[in-house]
Design a protein around this ligand. Structure first.
Ligand SMILES: Cc1cc2nc3c(=O)[nH]c(=O)nc-3n(C[C@H](O)[C@H](O)[C@H](O)COP(=O)(O)OP(=O)(O)OC[C@H]3O[C@@H](n4cnc5c(N)ncnc54)[C@H](O)[C@@H]3O)c2cc1C
Length: 540
């Protein structure tokens, strides 16, 4: 490989040394891929120059926020584009219009803190909010526990500023027409992709899964419904452009938060309980499977086949009592025990259980790695129990321990697979589980990617989910926005797919300088994704 030289007049850092490349070889998720170089643009002009340079040389660009994506979309060969040094960093809340404008590198938590000062919030609340950047959240259409009421980030994005694959900046705003005059990419889209998408309205309606969440492919369904190009960029995982700024819609913080912890007697009624609760408009319905509860210390472990944590919002204490009371009655026939919480403080105490397992899983010995390969399946609500039972049974047949939890109100389960990586044949077993569970998700009418996107992990499954006609439309979208294929190639659309190659664990893992490998492992164990990776490369 010839060493890459930085673009002319590039103002930020551009590094090709092995320590810098190693520091960006991993994100969350299963992969370790050494990039060719790392760039840290400092201005939009730097970013435009970088993109023009990459287009001319045909060099792939992998945009990166905190690197917490679990589907392998923020790692790759080519040049990493770390946006965390971009200036100026916008963070303005307009309480009168209930809007905020933020730079792409601002974290969810920073926006949440700024908005809260005005009694406002961005409702979708990923559990990675302390470190996930807002650019990364838009690019993955991130969601959270409250998405059962408020959806993923999509409806809350009013506009984005984008650097296109031609190195041009443009704005995509809801309700405002953006077209040929604004950027070459938009002209190509209007000419080559928009007419075909318009003719395919019924096909799109028929082929997109009928799940409450879906982050697979490009969101042709949302774009068809709204006509807003911003809907295609949301969830495009850095493959259609690089977001530099976002305008958000916000809502008022609710006056009262409360809820309940339900110990379920058995799993057969799971879908019925969740449907009954859904009628009462909860703001979260989270599921903790027995496999999750078993990881907890015995003293903190609730009984029952599984636990549901249900959150309600209300304008007054009386309304909250009414909501929680209705919910207790609705689930009575299926519950072994119900604990209620009528204030935010009491509810926070119940919610602690939701976060208790992560540090325990992260602390497992190196031989027992927690791998995310079937972590994001989402199925229609009435098939949730069937899906859960299938995952449990197939994992058990293959001798693979799993820990299952998730957003039951959306029919969405996170499954962490915990293979013994010292056991010969573990990779084949994990591959067999991935194949079987994917087949089942598709058979049940679900999507393998509820909120984490396709990334590299699931890119080869997109055609199975949608079929070749929709793939042809996806290809038109990609060709219009990124004709030279420089933006995150191999993510969402791929020609060569080997999802369990280039793992960060096992004998074939690429070797990194030992101190950096160790630091990345520590970062993973402590969920320290907010840490600067370039600082990590430079710390010795
Ligand atoms: C412990 C943990 C908990 C998590 N919980 C949740 C959860 O509750 N809900 C959820 O949805 N996800 C969750 N995730 C996944 C992850 O945090 C989200 O996908 C998050 O949105 C990624 O943000 P990031 O800044 O880390 O993006 P990165 O990982 O850096 O990038 C993610 C993708 O976005 C692209 N990208 C990043 N910035 C830009 C930009 N400015 N312009 C264009 N493309 C860009 C990248 O190329 C990549 O494809 C969790 C992850 C971890 C490790």
């Amino acid at each position: 490989m010839t060493t890459l030289l930085p673009p002319a007049r590039f103002g930020g850092a551009f590094r090709t040394d092995v320590r810098a490349r190693a520091a960006y070889a991993e994100g969350a998720g299963i992969y370790r891929i050494l990039p060719d170089a790392v760039s840290l643009p400092e201005t939009v002009a730097d970013l435009e120059r970088l993109v023009c340079w990459a287009a001319e040389l045909g060099v792939p660009l992998v945009t990166r926020g905190a690197g917490s994506a679990v589907s392998g979309s923020s790692v790759g060969a080519g040049v990493i584009v770390d946006l965390t040094r971009m200036q100026p960093v916008a963070l303005e809340v307009d309480p009168g219009r209930r809007r905020a404008v933020t730079g792409a590198s601002v974290t969810y938590q920073t926006l949440a803190d700024a908005a809260r000062a005005y009694g406002l919030r961005l409702p979708p609340d990923p559990s990675s909010g302390a470190f996930a950047t807002l650019g990364g959240m838009v690019a993955t259409n991130a969601a959270g526990a409250r998405s059962v009421k408020y959806g993923p980030v999509r409806p809350w994005v009013h506009a984005v500023e984008l650097v296109t694959a031609d190195g041009e900046s443009c704005t995509l705003e809801r309700g405002a027409s953006a077209g040929a005059a604004d950027a070459l990419a938009l002209a190509r889209f209007a000419d080559q992709a928009a007419p075909a998408i318009a003719r395919s309205h019924e096909l799109i309606e028929e082929r997109f899964p009928r799940t409450r969440k879906n982050t697979s492919g490009f969101a042709l369904d949302a774009y068809s419904a709204s006509g807003d190009l911003v809907d295609l960029v949301i969830g495009s995982e850095g493959t259609l452009g690089i977001i530099t700024e976002i305008e958000w819609d916000l809502v008022a913080v609710p006056r009262h938060i409360g809820g309940m912890l339900i110990q379920l007697r058995d799993l057969d009624a799971l879908a019925d309980v969740v449907t009954a609760l859904g009628r009462l408009e909860p703001s979260a319905v989270e599921f903790l499977d027995r496999s999750f509860l078993e990881v907890l210390p015995p003293a903190e472990r609730p009984a029952g086949a599984a636990v549901l944590l249900v959150e309600f919002e209300a304008e007054g204490a009386r309304q909250m009592r009414g909501r929680v009371g209705d919910a207790v009655r609705a689930v009575d026939a299926w519950a072994d025990d119900v604990q209620t919480a009528l204030s935010e403080a009491e509810f926070a105490d119940l919610w602690r259980l939701r976060h208790a397992a992560s540090p325990i899983l992260a602390g497992l010995p190196d031989s027992r790695r927690s791998l995310q390969v079937i972590e994001d399946g989402c199925v229609p609500l009435d098939r949730l129990t069937a899906y859960l039972r299938f995952v449990r049974a197939r994992a058990s047949d293959l001798g693979l321990p799993v820990v299952i939890f998730g957003h039951a109100g959306d029919g969405h389960l996170h499954v962490n697979v915990l293979p013994d990586v010292d056991r010969p044949g573990w990779e084949e077993a994990v591959g067999a589980l991935m194949t079987a569970v994917t087949d089942e998700v598709l058979r049940l009418g679900g999507t393998p990617a509820g909120e984490h996107g396709d990334g590299r992990l699931r890119a080869g499954l997109v055609e199975r989910l949608y079929g070749s006609d929709i793939m042809a439309l996806f290809a038109l979208v990609k060709a219009a926005f990124d004709p030279r294929g420089i933006l995150n190639p191999g993510v969402i659309l791929t020609e060569e797919w080997a999802p369990l190659d280039q793992l960060k664990t096992g004998p074939h893992a690429v070797r990194l300088p030992p101190d950096i490998a160790e630091a990345l492992r520590t970062l993973e164990r402590s969920a320290g994704y907010g840490q600067s990776r370039i600082a990590l490369a430079d710390r010795n």
